[in-house]
Design a protein around this ligand. Structure first.
Ligand code: DGP
Length: 114
């Protein structure tokens, strides 16, 4: 069996994380290496390695992840805006093979990204 990803270990409460939101489908916690004053990762409890691995069966779940981002952004009082990013695969800069959505806010973010 493949080794658990670090995010699966967070879901299973084997390693600690600063959890800011959880529901039946998703878990959200602070990024260990924040790139903005608010940097939260929202992940599905279901193990999907990347967005490229999501199937039609995951369509509702993908919407639930974005809905969770909106709730967390409200919770974090990001009324001035924020950015939502999904890195996918090596060219996308993905380093953890468990689908995750980055929520960044609390400062003005540059565009385009590097
Ligand atoms: P990505 O490059 O899109 O795969 O982002 C992975 C993010 O995960 C990266 O910003 C750092 C974060 N991260 C990696 N390991 C841990 C961890 O053990 N705990 C937390 N809270 N975040 C982690």
């Amino acid at each position: 069996m493949a080794a658990k990803t670090i995010f699966k270990r967070i879901i299973d409460k084997e390693i600690a994380a600063q959890i800011v939101y959880e529901d039946e489908h998703c878990l959200a916690f602070r990024d260990i290496n924040p790139q903005a004053p608010i940097h939260v990762l929202v992940i599905p409890r279901k193990e999907i390695p990347s967005l490229a691995h999501a199937t039609e069966d995951d369509t509702v779940l993908l919407g639930q992840l974005l809905a969770a981002v909106r709730v967390i952004a409200d919770q974090m009082k990001l009324a001035n805006g924020y950015r939502v990013i999904i890195n996918c695969g090596p060219d996308g800069g993905q380093t953890v093979d468990h689908l995750h959505v980055h929520l960044l806010g609390g400062r003005r973010l540059d565009w385009p990204p590097g």
